[in-house]
Ligand binder design. Structure first.
Ligand code: GLU
Length: 437
């Protein structure tokens, strides 16, 4: 029997493609695996444990049936992946999107492990999602899908097991329903089971803005290192929601010009800089930047060629690719989204001397304040917004400083440097805990 057809052949050479994904495209998980491969030569003796990072600890696929308003019953597919728990419970958001796949959730969970370790919060990494376009659901359907999904993944989540949070298309209201459903099922109010909750339900001040604030904080630090002035800098932002919108607002307040914004509805441009508060209001009213009166509309692909100093992808994965990386004029890319740049695009940007501040450090502000929220819930003692922002900024600056240093010492990109720090912390914990049994 040839090794290929032998089901009992050693699996070490299968490159971590679980059997349930054999028929699927590798997608973002393939990108994550390439990133891990790039860091392996820098892991020293810990490289012995690196396969750990290529095998998600636990992946749950659930059926989510709900009553639709028209009387029919619809079934949706949901996922929760716990990528790693060496340093603590699983932690990571839940996204509702029609294109979510298991491979994507696995990658997002892997990036959470690296991110949580890079900012040194005591968590492993996890992520969840439902394959649904929530914009097509009524409020009642949205509540029912959230509650049924929470019940289905309830067997693996919990305040000390795995703590979900908001991500693409999920918000404070959805977290409130998740918290309530979990609490109803266990017979006690467990605020610490999710983060990103409303303030009056154990949420934290500053959590909503935290990811954008973190993007801004590391962006300013990175700009300082390369001698880029924020005042007057031209900025292009993709995605103008909770991450891109807040980061854009903070950069504009610091004197930068947000000249171009793209979202799912369209692309807009204003040479003198967009009025960011007015644009945020327009997005709140209409759901998109399209049609904003004080700007001109651009063709979708023109966005990448906009003349700028800083580019902030803050939407979805695989946006900066081989096809458009050569057009980018910015000196710096700050990844507000998870996984927006493919490895091929990373190489092109590096060769063109464009600094990429990777997702796993740039957008870690959200989970950092999630950690603060979780700690506050456990102690039932709540901090002031100033205290939260000050602690957030301190952690982000320190973590970014360490990443910058490792990048200099090893002459590697900031992504590889962040992976070096994150992977070493995870694998060190893994090694000390040892293999059970
Ligand atoms: N969804 C956010 C992220 O990708 C936050 C996760 C969390 O707070 O647990 O980092």
């Amino acid at each position: 029997m040839s090794p290929a057809s032998n089901p009992y052949a050693p699996t070490a050479t299968t490159h971590a493609l679980p059997s349930y994904l054999q028929a699927d495209k590798l997608g973002p998980w393939g990108i994550y695996l390439q990133q891990v491969d790039r860091v392996t030569p820098y892991l020293g003796h810990l490289a012995r444990w690196v396969e750990t990072l290529k095998h998600p600890k636990r992946s749950l696929i659930v059926d989510v049936p709900i009553h639709m308003d028209d009387g029919t019953i619809a079934h949706f597919e949901g996922y929760r992946v716990q990528h790693n728990a060496s340093r603590g419970p699983g932690k990571g958001g839940v996204r509702f999107h029609q294109d979510v796949t298991l491979s994507e959730v696995m990658a997002l969970a892997g990036w959470m492990s690296i991110k949580n370790a890079a900012v040194n919060v005591p968590y492993g990494g996890a992520k969840g999602g439902i394959r649904v376009d929530p914009k097509k659901l009524s409020i009642g359907e949205l509540e029912r899908i959230t509650r049924r999904y929470t019940s289905e993944i309830g067997i693996i989540i919990g305040p000390t097991k795995d703590i979900p949070a908001p991500d693409v298309n999920t918000d404070e209201q959805i977290m409130a329903w998740m918290m309530d459903t979990y609490s109803m099922n266990i017979g006690e109010t467990a605020t610490g089971v999710v983060t990103g909750k409303p303030i009056h339900l154990g949420g934290s001040l500053g959590r909503r803005e935290a990811t954008g604030r973190g993007v801004y904080t590391v962006g300013v630090e990175a700009a300082r290192h390369i001698g880029l002035q924020i005042e007057g800098a031209r900025i292009a932002v993709q995605g103008f929601g909770n991450v891109g919108g807040i980061a854009g607002k903070l950069f504009a307040e610091a004197g930068a010009r947000v000249v171009a914004v793209q979202d799912h509805g369209g692309t807009i441009y204003r040479e003198a800089g967009l009025d960011v508060p007015a644009l945020l209001f327009h997005v709140k009213q209409t759901g998109s930047v399209a049609g904003f009166p004080q700007a001109e509309a651009l063709a979708h692909d023109a966005f990448w060629g906009v003349d700028g100093d800083i580019l902030i992808p803050a939407a979805l994965e695989q946006q900066i690719t081989e096809a458009n990386a050569g057009k980018i004029t910015a000196r710096m890319v700050i990844e507000g989204a998870n996984g927006p740049t493919t490895p091929e695009a990373d190489d092109i940007l590096r060769d063109r001397n464009v600094l990429v501040v990777p997702d796993v450090i740039a957008n870690a502000g959200g989970v950092t304040v999630s950690y603060f929220e979780w700690v506050q819930d456990f102690s039932s003692f709540f901090w002031s917004e100033d205290e939260i922002n000050a602690r957030l900024v301190r952690i982000m600056k320190e973590a970014f400083g360490a990443v910058w240093q490792v990048a200099q010492d090893n002459q590697v990109t900031l992504r590889t440097a962040t992976f070096i720090i994150g992977c070493k912390r995870i694998l060190h914990a893994r090694e000390m805990r040892g293999l059970y049994p």
